[in-house]
Ligand binder design. Sequence first.
Ligand code: GLC
Length: 431
Amino acid sequence: MPPVPDKTPGDTSWFVHDRFGLFIHWGLYALAARHEWVKNREKIRDEDYEKYFKHFDPDLYDPNLWAAEAAGAGMKYFVVTTKHHEGFCLWDSALTEYKSTRTPCAKDLLTPMVEAFRRQGMKVGFYHSLIDWHHPEFPIDGTHPRRDDEDALEKNKTRDVRKYADYLYGQTRELLTQFGHLDVMWFDFSYPNQLHRGMRGKGKDDWQSERLYKLVRELQPQVILNDRLDLPSGWDMKTPEQYQPREWLQVGGKPVVWEACQTFSGSWGYYRDEYSWKSTELLIHMLIDTVSKGGNLLLNVGPTGRGEFDARAIDRLRGMGQWMKRNSRSINGCTASDFTPPPDGRYTQNGKRLYLHLFAWPFQHVHLPDLAGKIEYAQFLHDASEVHYKEMDPHAEVQNMTQRGQPGTVTLHLPIVKPDQAVPVIELFLK
Ligand code: GLC
């Protein structure tokens, strides 16, 4: 039996079925177009960063198009940055003027987005930054743009993290009460052990995470809460970032619900001049690899300052959609399998259906250990064409044209030419 994580407070039942979601990082940094950490990396002052606020005008923004691209790619939920570390808010928060409604665009961008994705039948998640490089009460630390100012420590004397925690609490309350039923709450992030020029990092005591936690559970008890509030328990999922775990993630020796978050090109916000874009095929490999280890994939788009997904993102999303259209049965509803896949293969499983994904195309035969006597029928998933298989006699003599079988092994007979699928999938019906 594949692992089943212990039950946690939030409702993860839909999540471990759906497996594939869209992350959206959108804020003022889309105008800089060189990483969502640009303010930090280039140590930009508030007054200089202000030019992005003054020019933020996403006139081509149509969340229906975004939601349609996501649904077309086979994604089932989305998580959007309500506020990233720069502090800028996408909704009409009563607690700040640093929000989209005060820019030239003059609109609440979040409400129509939530509605558009819901219309596509997708679940709704909010990313909310714990860090805030704009709020005047947020004490400067090693992740802050002003970290290397001569007078950073001096400036901190007038900053009160408790006042910032109240702001964080109030905005979280807005997010949990003004947008209906929420499916995911994704806080980011804690770094209590960081130390920079005598300034310590921030964690649960600074955010008052216990209080935030109670608020979340009181207002949206079902919501899936991520693991970045610096709390030892209470979260529903782990969030490995920018790497593929080697195996099902465990905490304290026990398997947990997990979601890998990944980018197309390295940065999360729109980055015009980044050229490390992953191929569609690699992204499909990553999705399969994730599900084969019992996880979810949250794949990120950084929309442009005019409010569009750029052509490179659309190309990847549509490419994945092409594959998902015919192969999503090996993703949705699936989890890890106990069977050992052949080299360059990944298994996912949904009850009596076992899915073999072939990352490299072999010549004619693929040998599947431990499956002798267990298969009832085999077909390609994309076109339901039969795949012949044999349980070769382990005792048979080696002949010119066949090889002695391995005990317990099933050998699939494949066509010479790889089917026209980024990753061909063979659906094995188990007895
Ligand atoms: C990070 C980064 C960030 C990104 C994110 C996604 O820790 O700070 O820019 O939003 O995590 O996982």
